[in-house]
Write a protein that binds this ligand. Structure first.
Ligand code: NDP
Length: 321
């Protein structure tokens, strides 16, 4: 008997095929009436697959009495109620490492695009304006001091790339990393005061909510650039819009937003932003690797080997309790 797995939202076709090969897959994403669907299959479900930032709530868990494991398609699992999972002794897995380099590449691409105004220059050429005058000079990375918010897997990969750019690098995390060669700031405000670029790569959770607020943006200053490839919840979006409109900071590059896929018109109206539709890991190569790791976690779990990449809140073996 194949274990019953509930898919909340569509993910890669190859990953869905792999899930169908190993499990009895129930597709909530294709259900006309989601409540009726869960009422019909909920009792059999032993695993939930979370893709596309679908919410996995305590209400959902309560309808799945045999649920053992929640597998997330992504490293950030802020849409999963991990406290409820912990309480019910449900394992949560994510897909760390396999996307690290891809997201770091995108962060650097976004930084260069913002500072050198690459999308604006492309639009300028396409509009025919080049025949009239040269594209206006832009800001530069030369002499920049870069602050990385979150020096974990992706933050370190960003820092290694920046090493090659000849810029100075500092970071803020809750715990200092003594083996890293970069300057440590024990507060986000200090990091913003001593740098002019912030690259945000910390997880979205209660401890990071609105970490980048009006005070931090003011400290970053008029040459300041904000790059966010983490989660929209880390940035006070109205404060950022205000800072961009009033020149409190110079520019921003955002891959993530507070209420995706809705992006405020006040942001799209700004010329000093580069906006991406949450594509940090969105390549064939990396999404494929994420799908394989997700499926491998479930195969390992149901063959009794334990999960491969459980999140820190639901370690394996489970703490006694
Ligand atoms: P890691 O867990 O490896 O690193 C997280 C880092 O953030 C650590 O250095 C941690 O240090 C720091 N951190 C955590 N809480 C805080 C806090 N309150 N204040 C300051 N720093 C903090 O995660 P990854 O590098 O693998 O991923 C980071 C995030 O990137 C993910 O959680 C995800 O949300 C986002 N992401 C976005 C993608 C996209 O498509 N745009 C794709 C992939 C990931 P410490 O614990 O010492 O504070």
């Amino acid at each position: 008997m194949k274990p019953d797995v509930l898919l909340l939202k569509a993910i890669l076709p190859d990953t869905i095929r792999a899930l169908e090969e190993h499990f009895t897959l129930h597709r909530l994403d294709q259900a006309a009436d989601r409540s009726a669907f869960i009422a019909a299959v909920g009792h059999d479900i032993r695993a939930v697959v979370v893709g596309g930032q679908a919410p996995a709530t305590s209400e959902l868990f309560a309808q799945l009495p045999r649920l053992e494991i929640v597998a997330n398609f992504g490293v950030g699992y802020d849409t999963i109620d991990v406290a409820a999972a912990q309480q019910r002794r449900i394992i949560v897995t994510n897909t760390p490492d396999v996307l690290t380099e891809e997201v770091a590449d995108l962060a650097l691409g976004l930084l260069l695009a913002v500072v050198r105004r690459i999308p604006q220059a492309d639009r300028y050429l396409r509009s025919g304006a080049w025949t009239g005058a040269s594209f206006p000079l832009t800001a530069s990375l030369r002499g920049r001091r870069i602050g990385i918010v979150g020096l974990g897997r992706i933050g370190q990969a960003v820092a290694r790339r920046l090493d090659g750019f000849g810029v100075s690098i500092a970071y803020h995390t809750r715990t200092r990393r003594p083996n890293e060669p970069y300057a440590y700031c024990d507060s986000i405000l200090e990091l913003a005061q001593t740098t002019d670029v912030l690259i945000v790569v910390a997880p979205g959770n209660a401890s990071t909510s609105n970490l980048i607020n009006a005070d931090v943006l003011a400290a970053l200053g008029p040459n300041g650039v904000l790059i966010n490839v983490a989660r929209g919840s880390l940035v006070d979006e109205p404060a950022l819009i205000d800072a961009l409109q009033r020149g409190v900071i110079q520019a921003a590059g955002l891959d993530v937003f507070a209420d995706e896929p809705r992006v405020p018109a006040a942001l799209t109206a700004q010329d000093n932003v580069v906006l991406l539709p949450h594509v940090g890991s969105a390549t064939h190569h990396t999404r494929g690797a994420m799908g394989s790791l997700l499926v491998d976690n479930l195969i390992a779990w149901f063959s009794g080997q334990g999960p491969i990449t459980p999140v820190s809140e639901t370690p394996w073996p489970l703490n006694p309790g």
